[in-house]
Ligand binder design. Structure first.
Ligand SMILES: Nc1ncnc2c1ncn2[C@@H]1O[C@H](COP(=O)(O)OP(=O)(O)OP(=O)(O)O)[C@@H](O)[C@H]1O
Length: 611
């Protein structure tokens, strides 16, 4: 594990940064549901301006009461109606505010579900357009994981906070209109009291701390340690090697470093928050004293005093709600910047491509193909030239890391050659229509997928068009020699596999491989079949049987086998021996034995082992 890096602050500290993604978040909400967005805006507007209206009515009530009291003193008649009208009006406004608040909450809750689904779909659809190298880029992959993790909450949280800010800004503006009548200076006071706290909050919110928590490699390391310590597929080994404590200690060390940073920031933020809060309070009480004085000397009425005090108090409340909203917005912004970085990642445009090659039945040709993985400093394949005709099989042998799987990745267009070209029926793979090319290829990689679906679906996955074709499953299972054990499973082809879901049944390594083979056989239209060591968990005899069987059923097809077992390899029409990305030897089994080269050496070595 790399040493912990110091936090980087790559984010601009522009205070307006907190609003940077608000527009996009609102756009997103709008696309999700224009009606709900409008509803949200309307409810926000109502909830924003009604408090000022209520304060104003409050003033009218007090003044009406004072006037009625004076008249009562004079004529001993109860002049009740005006005050009562205002009281009723205020009651109505209170109801309206309650309705607007409820409408806001309801609409937000509904949007939350819709928006979460929309964002998740966007993320997953985008993932379908990415290339393998995107997934191998740790930083990019991290973006994908982050984007998915909080897809259902973050975008709406940002919208909520934006609307909360808007609502409070509206309230504050309407308070300002009323305060203006008292004195423009009161307005200045209100703004000056609130401004420092606003600025400080925006500044601290933008601090690198959140960036650090979210994106730093340390957090990624922590997440990784969590998966080691708490995931079913890792726990077995971690237990057996007693690595738990060591990993926990590592986890704790990373936390301590991160925590030190965040503690410092929290303390700074809260001390500044308090200091600036004192200014606001002083301003408020200064204004209070001023209003009380003006009431006593008769500059304003008792009703006005009630209203202004209410305005100041509510103004303070609006300011502090806004501050809380701002402090959370920064994190939401980080999420959205991450989300959009991911969604806007350039992906290769799918070309229409051609459906057939100019030389039908020519098969596959590698012409001087070299390849280097992105970010790697040495080639994984160098100047590989080979030709496989329909009806022929090719076995690839070679040490670990000699480039066998890489060759298959290029053949299946998961990567493009760095130099040279690969032709299928005389047409460069790059020129092929993707769907037409892929229907012709069936591959089972060594790390094939163990779908946590039913047995049948695990096999059906080999041919999307026949995913649910039960007769097809049975046929393919027979070819993959999987029928016997499947029939012994409690629910046959309907048996749920794996442990992720209730009632799932786990299979042995070899049984999974048979399922994977059946999946390859499901791909009837494919004429290029590749087995990249999917039979490693079987014994040598079983593997040889399967390959023989495989060849017999792929007569007009091209079969490519990667294996470390020479008893199987010898059955292929042609064998190539790879070494450090080169083809070192090639020929039939007999020819290679006669050459007395590396193949012959390795074959003899293995044959002796079996004797
Ligand atoms: N995704 C990758 N990114 C960078 N380098 C890679 C990647 N995959 C493989 N390599 C490198 O490319 C070389 C060839 O790897 P490849 O997987 O083709 O070997 P292989 O012959 O299939 O080995 P094995 O028998 O162990 O399966 C190795 O040196 C490996 O380190």
């Amino acid at each position: 594990m790399k040493p912990l890096a110091s936090p980087k602050n790559t984010l601009d500290k522009n205070m307006l940064g907190v609003f940077r993604y608000s527009r996009r978040a609102i756009e997103l909400v709008w696309q999700t549901s224009p009606a709900l967005t409008l509803g949200l805006a309307l409810a926000t507007l109502i909830a924003g301006v009604l408090p000022a209206a209520m304060a104003y009515i409050g003033q009218l009530i007090v003044d009406a009461v004072v006037a009625a009291m004076a008249r009562y003193q004079q004529d001993q008649v109860l002049h009740y109606q005006t005050a009562l009208n205002y009281v009723v009006l205020e009651g109505i406004l209170v109801l309206a505010v309650a309705a607007a608040q409820r409408a806001l909450t309801a609409q937000k809750a509904i949007l939350q579900g819709l928006l979460g689904q929309k964002v998740n779909l966007m993320i997953l659809e985008k993932a379908q357009t990415l290339t393998l190298s995107h997934f191998e880029d740790s930083e990019f992959y991290d973006k994908l994981v982050q984007a998915r993790r909080e897809a259902s909450s973050r975008p709406l949280a940002l919208v909520n906070k934006t609307f909360t800010l808007l609502q409070n800004a509206l309230s504050l503006s309407s308070f300002a209109v009323l305060l203006w009548h008292f004195s423009p200076w009161a307005l200045v006071l209100l703004v000056c009291g609130a401004l420092p706290a606003f600025i400080a909050e925006a500044k601290f919110s933008g601090d690198a701390f959140l960036m650090f928590r979210w994106r730093s490699p340390e957090v990624r390391q922590q997440n990784y340690l969590e998966t080691l310590l708490a995931r079913e597929d890792n726990i077995k080994e971690v237990r057996l090697y007693q690595l738990g404590e060591r990993f926990l200690a590592r986890y704790a060390t990373i936390f301590a470093t991160l925590f030190k940073e965040s503690k410092r920031l929290i303390l700074r933020r809260e001390s500044w928050g308090f200091a600036l809060g004192v200014i606001s309070t002083l301003v408020f009480y200064g204004a209070y004293a001023w209003i009380v004085r003006d009431t006593i000397i008769g500059v304003i009425t008792l009703g006005q005093m009630t209203m202004y005090l209410l305005l100041f108090r509510q103004g303070q409340g609006a300011v502090s709600t806004s501050l809380t909203a701002i402090s959370g917005m920064y994190e939401d912004n980080l999420y959205l910047s991450n989300l959009y970085d991911y969604l806007e990642q350039e992906t290769p445009q799918a070309k229409a491509g051609l459906l057939v090659g100019p030389v039908p039945h020519d098969g596959i040709r590698f012409e001087q193909v070299s390849f280097q993985y992105p970010g790697s400093d040495k080639p994984a394949l160098s100047e590989v030239t080979l030709h496989i005709r329909p009806g022929r099989s090719l076995a690839i042998v070679g040490e670990n890391g000699s480039g066998k799987t890489t060759l298959i990745k290029l053949l299946t267009r998961l990567y493009h050659p760095t130099e040279g070209r690969i032709l299928l029926d005389g047409l460069d793979l790059r020129e092929w229509n993707e769907a037409a090319l892929l229907t012709r290829v069936g591959v089972i990689f060594q790390d094939f997928v163990r779908y946590q679906f039913t047995v049948g679906e695990n096999i059906g996955a080999g041919d999307n068009a026949r995913f649910d074709d039960e007769a097809g499953w049975q046929q393919a299972a027979a070819l993959g020699k999987a029928t016997d054990f499947i029939e012994h499973l409690s629910q046959g082809y309907q048996t749920q596999l794996g442990r992720w879901f209730k009632g799932g049944q786990e299979l042995s390594g070899g049984q999974w491989q048979k399922i994977a083979l059946a999946r390859a056989f499901m791909r009837e239209d494919a004429d290029i079949l590749v087995l990249d060591e999917p039979t490693a968990a079987m014994d040598a005899q079983a593997e040889a049987n399967i390959f023989q069987h495989f060849q017999a059923h792929t007569k007009d097809k091209m079969a490519i086998l990667i294996s470390h077992r020479f008893s199987t390899v010898r059955l292929a029409h042609e064998i190539i021996v790879m070494e450090q990305g080169h083809i070192k030897e090639r020929g039939t089994h007999d020819a290679l034995l006669a050459q007395q080269g590396q193949y012959a050496h390795l074959f003899t070595l293995q044959a002796e082992g079996y004797r």
